[in-house]
Design a protein around this ligand. Sequence first.
Ligand code: SF4
Ligand code: FES
Length: 375
Amino acid sequence: MSDLGFPLAVLAELTHRCPLQCPYCSNPLALEAASAELTTAEWKSVIAEAAELGALQIHFSGGEPTARRDLEELVAAASEAGLYTNLITAGVLLSRERLAALAEAGLDHVQLSFQDSEATGCDRIGGHRGGFDKKLDCARWTLELGLPLTLNMVVHRQNLEHLPQMLELAERLQARRVEIAHVQYYGWAYLNRAALMPTRQQLDAATAVVEAARERLKGILVIDYVVPDYYARRPKSCMGGWGRQFLNISPAGKVLPCHAAESITSLTFDRIGEKSLREIWQHSPAFEAYRGTAWMPEPCRSCERREIDWGGCRCQAFALTGEAATVDPACALSPMHEAMQALATTESAKDETAFRYRARKAGEALRKVPERIEG
Ligand code: SF4
Ligand code: FES
């Protein structure tokens, strides 16, 4: 592709290990084992390659990235290479000393997840007792150390009633930014869709709460809002277009165009160590598969939005139809669109509340996934 630039950001999934078990985890259903994780030296080499390739930011993620004892070393390597460093954490493994050491190593930003606005819901949804109080400590330390704080709040049918309190929490913790993100249904979230899907009324009420809070908190708190595709008329520009702005590296070194790309079972992925990161970014078949517009079917191919939303989300198209190179059913022009919305309405009306939690250990048996839709 002639106009291919460099990846703006790299998501380094250092490990799939995590003390939490969120039922909408973005990790793949088949988690990678600790024994397969890249070594410190391998991660440092990837970080250098990413900087050389032109990346501007690196997000240290997981699983829980603080489960890696070498995180300070990796943050220092990224900082020295000139990358903006962001830690995406659940916060429950951190101590003030560790966070101070990370700041000392050059950490630029902390993104802390909350599963709800209060302890009962937060600990139940995350599957980790005592997590909420630890998160409050982590937010306080972040502030004391002078690091900018973003709160990540994933919302769904079972916590949306607390949205006003979530925003109050972000304000009270003096976060600079809060991301209110409706669950996106791939991987574990797809498995738990019937327990998570909000009703249309919940969605509309949430949107009104966010809009009012944006007005009230102008200049104090930035509120990012990610809506659920199942009720949309046009899809989101997922990842800013496949293979255009982001790359994701799995704990064992698989290089992915997006964090959920492994859910597309027809793709295979190049690995760190087998080829250079530049070669993978530019020529890997997985990156080339849906990059640009040449892969698009109609109506995307001749649509005026084709270079705005890039045809939506490949992972969602695959999850719902079994075919990644098809129009995202979130688009009203897709023949599957009505079926997708009907499915959202049906599932949101269920009284299912039990979660199938993310497996604690890598390699646990895969679960039965919900049915696909037919147009
Ligand atoms: Fe986007 Fe394709 Fe729908 Fe056009 S037809 S809005 S490009 S998903
Ligand atoms: Fe993979 Fe949207 S989550 S392309």
